[in-house]
Design a protein around this ligand. Structure first.
Ligand SMILES: *Cc1c(COP(=O)(O)O)cnc(C)c1O
Length: 362
């Protein structure tokens, strides 16, 4: 197989070492003679693996005892409804920042479960590009049950790199596409959640890191599998969890520890993103429309000056082993998703290709 670099936004590439190990163990996990997919989630060996995965995640993110770490069903969007139903009353007010496609979906879902969803702020066009409205202009409610935002808008390639300050309500963050990509002070948050398929593992699985103080008064109709308190009580095994996703996620956490954890990943990720933005900014053939301060380090959208070349670009990129570069259907153009698993060699190969393509077609 030739080297292939997968820039898909999600489900996204997983570390080569992890895939190798999963393949080797597929039909004989830990000498059992069967697959990890084929044993009970109550089996002591599985329980040990599951606990180790949680411990490794706690260590990677420095998560204190004060927080539950939950392995949930239903991906990122499952959490859009789980959050309001777990920690807000039906007649509550909640504050949301609307910074892009994913925030917008989260807001609409919350509207089904709470009476007042206040959009506190959003995006604006500045001379240097698309930006998030400054903190002093946000219209926060006095009595919000929580404040929700998406620090990394996967589709838009727009990120808020600082944790909002002076927010009275507990902060809830959708980190589906940037969890574990750099160090994070989890104690600033009430809940951090993430669908797994960008930076952790297989899709349909989600991690929720929940401050224990927020629980106790869920909405009455909350389905039991989405009840944080029940899942915490049951070790995320109220019903049969997604055992294979849990296993793969555990392999990814162990891999991250071997790489030097989020500190090391943060440095590499910053460098990977910087290389692409520097090249795009220096080129008349490509452009990125996001304000430099708000550019995502995980999802780098870029446009060709002549969009009639888009199809040719994608076709030749594919042939060169650079796959998954098509931008989201909402925004068009290209997008390079460069999560933890994308090695620096993938960035260098992409830039070489972009440079060649511009030379030939510019
Ligand atoms: C991908 C993504 C989601 C949706 O995840 P699903 O698992 O498909 O529900 C939500 N939020 C963000 C920021 C995402 O990138």
């Amino acid at each position: 197989m030739p080297a292939l670099y997968n820039f898909s936004a999600g489900p996204a590439m997983l570390p080569a070492e992890v895939m190798q190990q999963a393949q080797e163990e597929l039909r004989n996990w830990q000498g059992s003679g069967i697959s990890v997919m084929e044993i009970s989630h109550r089996d002591p060996a599985f329980m040990r693996m599951a606990e180790q995965a949680e411990q490794d995640l706690r260590e990677l993110m420095t998560i204190p005892e004060q927080y539950h770490v939950l392995f949930m069903h239903g991906g990122g969007r499952g959490q859009f409804s789980a959050v309001p139903q777990n920690i807000a009353a039906p007649d509550a007010t909640v504050d949301y920042l609307n910074t892009g496609v994913w925030s917008d979906f989260a807001i609409r879902e919350a509207g089904k479960f709470v009476k007042h969803v206040n959009v506190a702020g959003g995006v604006e066009q500045r001379a240097e590009g698309k930006a998030i409205v400054a903190r002093e202009h946000w219209q926060l409610s006095d009595n919000a049950a929580y404040f929700h935002y998406c620090p990394n808008e996967t589709v838009d390639g727009l990120a808020l790199h600082t944790i909002p300050t002076d927010i009275k309500a507990p902060i809830v963050a959708d980190m589906s596409s940037n969890i574990l990509s750099e160090p994070l002070d989890i104690t600033k948050f009430g809940i951090v959640y993430a669908g797994a398929q960008k930076n952790i593992g297989p899709s349909g699985f989600a991690i929720a890191i929940v401050d224990k103080n927020l629980l106790g008064q869920p909405q009455p109709q909350l389905s039991t599998i989405m009840d944080y308190a029940v899942q915490a009580e049951q070790g995320s095994m109220y019903n049969t969890p997604n055992t294979y996703a849990w296993y793969i996620s555990g392999l990814v956490f162990a891999w991250l520890k071997r790489q030097g954890g989020v500190e090391a990943m943060g440095k590499i990720n910053a460098e990977k993103a910087r290389k692409i933005y520097d090249y795009v900014d220096s080129s008349a053939f490509y452009r990125n429309e996001v304000h430099p301060e708000f550019r995502s380090r995980m999802n780098v959208p870029f446009l060709l000056a002549d969009d009639s070349l888009d199809a040719l670009f994608l076709q030749q990129a594919n042939a060169a082993g650079l796959v998954g570069l098509k931008g989201h259907r909402y925004v068009g153009g290209m997008r390079a998703s460069i999560y933890n698993a994308m090695p620096m060699a993938g960035i260098d190969t992409l830039l070489e290709f972009m440079h060649d393509f511009a030379q030939k077609n510019g």
